[in-house]
Design a protein around this ligand. Sequence first.
Ligand SMILES: [Zn+2]
Length: 178
Amino acid sequence: MLLSDALIADILAEFPSFRIRYKRTSWLQRSIHVALLVLTFGGQRSYLTGYYTVLFGTLWVPAAWDTLPDRDRVILLRHERVHLRQRRRMGDLGITIVYLIPFLPIFLAYGRARIEWEAYTETLRATAELYGIDAARALRPMIVKRFVGADYGWMWPFPKTIHRWFDAAIDDIARRDQ
Ligand SMILES: [Zn+2]
Protein backbone atom coordinates (compact mmCIF):
# COMPACT_ATOMS: atom_id res chain seq x y z
CA MET A 1 0.00 0.00 0.00
CA LEU A 2 1.22 3.48 -0.82
CA LEU A 3 2.12 5.65 2.16
CA SER A 4 -0.18 8.36 0.86
CA ASP A 5 -3.14 5.96 0.60
CA ALA A 6 -2.57 4.86 4.19
CA LEU A 7 -2.46 8.51 5.26
CA ILE A 8 -5.66 9.32 3.34
CA ALA A 9 -7.33 6.45 5.20
CA ASP A 10 -6.13 7.95 8.50
CA ILE A 11 -7.40 11.39 7.53
CA LEU A 12 -10.75 9.91 6.57
CA ALA A 13 -11.00 8.20 9.94
CA GLU A 14 -10.42 11.56 11.59
CA PHE A 15 -12.46 13.65 9.12
CA PRO A 16 -15.10 11.43 7.46
CA SER A 17 -16.23 14.14 5.03
CA PHE A 18 -12.69 14.73 3.72
CA ARG A 19 -12.44 14.47 -0.07
CA ILE A 20 -10.02 15.34 -2.82
CA ARG A 21 -11.24 17.18 -5.90
CA TYR A 22 -9.60 18.82 -8.92
CA LYS A 23 -9.54 22.60 -8.81
CA ARG A 24 -10.26 22.98 -12.50
CA THR A 25 -13.66 21.27 -12.08
CA SER A 26 -14.89 23.88 -9.60
CA TRP A 27 -16.51 27.14 -10.52
CA LEU A 28 -15.66 28.55 -7.06
CA GLN A 29 -11.99 27.55 -7.33
CA ARG A 30 -11.76 29.17 -10.76
CA SER A 31 -13.34 32.33 -9.32
CA ILE A 32 -10.85 32.39 -6.42
CA HIS A 33 -8.09 32.11 -9.01
CA VAL A 34 -9.37 35.22 -10.80
CA ALA A 35 -9.84 37.12 -7.52
CA LEU A 36 -6.28 36.32 -6.40
CA LEU A 37 -4.87 37.30 -9.77
CA VAL A 38 -6.51 40.71 -9.40
CA LEU A 39 -5.76 41.19 -5.68
CA THR A 40 -2.08 40.37 -6.12
CA PHE A 41 -1.76 42.46 -9.28
CA GLY A 42 -0.92 39.33 -11.26
CA GLY A 43 1.64 38.13 -8.67
CA GLN A 44 -0.34 34.98 -7.90
CA ARG A 45 -1.20 33.36 -11.22
CA SER A 46 -0.69 29.70 -10.36
CA TYR A 47 -3.52 29.14 -7.85
CA LEU A 48 -5.20 26.59 -10.14
CA THR A 49 -2.08 24.87 -11.40
CA GLY A 50 0.50 25.06 -8.62
CA TYR A 51 -1.30 25.14 -5.26
CA TYR A 52 -3.19 22.76 -3.03
CA THR A 53 -5.99 24.31 -1.01
CA VAL A 54 -8.22 23.00 1.74
CA LEU A 55 -11.59 24.70 1.81
CA PHE A 56 -14.45 23.57 4.07
CA GLY A 57 -12.93 20.13 4.47
CA THR A 58 -12.23 19.41 0.79
CA LEU A 59 -8.70 19.31 -0.57
CA TRP A 60 -8.62 21.02 -3.97
CA VAL A 61 -5.72 19.83 -6.10
CA PRO A 62 -4.10 20.85 -9.38
CA ALA A 63 -3.70 18.30 -12.19
CA ALA A 64 -0.10 17.76 -11.00
CA TRP A 65 -1.52 15.70 -8.11
CA ASP A 66 -1.74 12.72 -10.51
CA THR A 67 2.00 12.57 -11.05
CA LEU A 68 3.13 13.62 -7.57
CA PRO A 69 5.41 10.97 -6.02
CA ASP A 70 4.05 9.06 -3.03
CA ARG A 71 6.31 10.69 -0.41
CA ASP A 72 5.55 14.18 -1.75
CA ARG A 73 1.84 13.43 -1.48
CA VAL A 74 2.39 12.45 2.14
CA ILE A 75 4.21 15.71 2.88
CA LEU A 76 1.45 17.70 1.25
CA LEU A 77 -1.34 15.79 2.99
CA ARG A 78 0.31 16.27 6.37
CA HIS A 79 0.38 20.04 5.76
CA GLU A 80 -3.28 20.01 4.76
CA ARG A 81 -4.25 17.83 7.74
CA VAL A 82 -3.01 20.67 9.96
CA HIS A 83 -5.49 22.97 8.21
CA LEU A 84 -8.29 20.43 8.75
CA ARG A 85 -7.46 20.36 12.45
CA GLN A 86 -7.32 24.15 12.60
CA ARG A 87 -10.79 24.26 11.08
CA ARG A 88 -12.07 21.83 13.72
CA ARG A 89 -10.44 23.94 16.44
CA MET A 90 -11.55 27.35 15.18
CA GLY A 91 -14.76 26.54 13.26
CA ASP A 92 -15.57 27.65 9.72
CA LEU A 93 -16.36 31.18 10.76
CA GLY A 94 -13.27 31.52 12.93
CA ILE A 95 -10.89 30.24 10.33
CA THR A 96 -12.49 32.38 7.65
CA ILE A 97 -12.13 35.49 9.79
CA VAL A 98 -8.52 34.74 10.61
CA TYR A 99 -7.55 33.44 7.19
CA LEU A 100 -9.62 35.02 4.45
CA ILE A 101 -10.75 38.38 5.74
CA PRO A 102 -7.24 39.51 6.61
CA PHE A 103 -6.53 38.89 2.95
CA LEU A 104 -7.99 42.29 2.28
CA PRO A 105 -5.37 44.19 4.22
CA ILE A 106 -3.28 42.20 1.85
CA PHE A 107 0.20 43.09 2.97
CA LEU A 108 -0.08 42.30 6.65
CA ALA A 109 -2.04 39.17 7.33
CA TYR A 110 -0.57 38.01 10.59
CA GLY A 111 -3.42 35.58 11.32
CA ARG A 112 -2.94 33.85 7.99
CA ALA A 113 0.83 33.80 8.50
CA ARG A 114 0.44 32.02 11.88
CA ILE A 115 -2.02 29.50 10.43
CA GLU A 116 0.29 28.77 7.52
CA TRP A 117 3.32 28.64 9.78
CA GLU A 118 1.76 25.89 11.86
CA ALA A 119 1.14 23.92 8.65
CA TYR A 120 4.61 24.59 7.20
CA THR A 121 6.17 23.38 10.45
CA GLU A 122 4.43 20.07 9.72
CA THR A 123 5.78 20.23 6.12
CA LEU A 124 9.29 20.51 7.60
CA ARG A 125 8.69 17.63 10.02
CA ALA A 126 7.30 15.37 7.29
CA THR A 127 10.13 16.28 4.91
CA ALA A 128 12.74 15.53 7.59
CA GLU A 129 11.13 12.15 8.28
CA LEU A 130 10.83 11.12 4.64
CA TYR A 131 13.87 12.73 3.02
CA GLY A 132 16.14 13.69 5.95
CA ILE A 133 16.78 16.89 7.86
CA ASP A 134 18.96 18.38 5.10
CA ALA A 135 16.07 18.18 2.66
CA ALA A 136 13.94 20.03 5.23
CA ARG A 137 16.67 22.67 5.62
CA ALA A 138 16.77 23.09 1.83
CA LEU A 139 13.13 24.26 1.86
CA ARG A 140 14.12 27.57 3.47
CA PRO A 141 14.17 29.77 0.34
CA MET A 142 10.87 28.38 -0.97
CA ILE A 143 9.10 28.79 2.37
CA VAL A 144 10.46 32.29 3.03
CA LYS A 145 9.30 33.33 -0.43
CA ARG A 146 5.82 31.94 0.24
CA PHE A 147 5.46 34.20 3.27
CA VAL A 148 7.06 37.38 2.06
CA GLY A 149 6.02 37.29 -1.61
CA ALA A 150 2.87 37.42 -3.70
CA ASP A 151 2.02 33.69 -3.37
CA TYR A 152 -0.21 34.27 -0.34
CA GLY A 153 -0.66 38.00 -0.85
CA TRP A 154 2.50 39.16 0.96
CA MET A 155 1.12 37.70 4.15
CA TRP A 156 4.13 38.55 6.28
CA PRO A 157 6.62 40.60 4.28
CA PHE A 158 9.38 40.50 6.92
CA PRO A 159 11.96 37.85 5.97
CA LYS A 160 13.73 38.12 9.35
CA THR A 161 10.65 36.84 11.18
CA ILE A 162 10.30 33.89 8.82
CA HIS A 163 14.01 33.02 9.07
CA ARG A 164 13.67 33.07 12.86
CA TRP A 165 10.58 30.80 12.80
CA PHE A 166 12.39 28.53 10.36
CA ASP A 167 15.50 28.26 12.56
CA ALA A 168 13.40 27.47 15.62
CA ALA A 169 11.41 24.78 13.79
CA ILE A 170 14.51 23.09 12.35
CA ASP A 171 16.28 23.18 15.74
CA ASP A 172 13.25 21.58 17.32
CA ILE A 173 13.06 18.82 14.66
CA ALA A 174 16.81 18.16 14.87
CA ARG A 175 16.62 17.89 18.66
CA ARG A 176 13.78 15.36 18.51
CA ASP A 177 15.72 13.35 15.93
CA GLN A 178 18.59 12.73 18.32
ZN1 LIG B 1 -1.27 25.80 3.97
